[in-house]
Design a protein around this ligand. Structure first.
Ligand code: ZN
Ligand code: ZN
Ligand code: ZN
Length: 145
């Protein structure tokens, strides 16, 4: 993808573009799934861990990325679409593949918003579906039983 795309994304979220921020954003977008800090550290072996952590914290604060708790114990992160403000009614479903252990954003599938009892106020929804991703279920089909 063109460098301009990443520059624009940072600009839109009022984040000053630096070479490091561009690199981390680019890596996250190219992986095309939700990644943990450890995943990023493994992708970016030359980058200092604390730099990755600080950059992710900054990205989160500016709604450039969102956190995903997929139940594996390590929080994952994925890049938000341009219009996203990370409000409850904008949240989408996440999918955790129990075979390849990857977590995906299903951006076109909104989370179901339920009616809460009086006095309860919603702040976020964590909606994770677990199963087999399309690649893994295709593998399963061709595997002899
Ligand atoms: Zn968002
Ligand atoms: Zn899979
Ligand atoms: Zn997501």
């Amino acid at each position: 993808m063109d460098q301009q795309v990443y520059l624009k994304k940072l600009e839109k979220r009022n984040i000053k573009p630096t070479a490091m921020r561009l690199l981390i954003l680019k890596t996250m977008m190219q992986l095309d799934r939700a990644v943990s800090l450890l995943d990023l550290e493994n992708e970016l072996v030359t980058v200092d861990k604390s730099t990755i952590f600080r950059t992710i914290t900054l990205f989160l604060g500016h709604h450039l990325i969102h956190g995903v708790d997929d139940g594996t114990g390590s929080l994952k992160y994925a890049v938000c679409s341009n219009e996203c403000n990370c409000s409850v009614d904008e949240q989408h479903t996440h999918f955790y593949c129990q075979s390849c252990h990857r977590t995906f954003c299903l951006k076109s599938i909104r989370v179901p918003v339920v009616q809460l009892p009086d006095g309860f106020a919603i702040q976020s929804i964590n909606y994770v579906i677990k199963g087999l991703c399309s690649e893994c279920s295709a593998h399963n089909l061709i595997k002899p039983v």
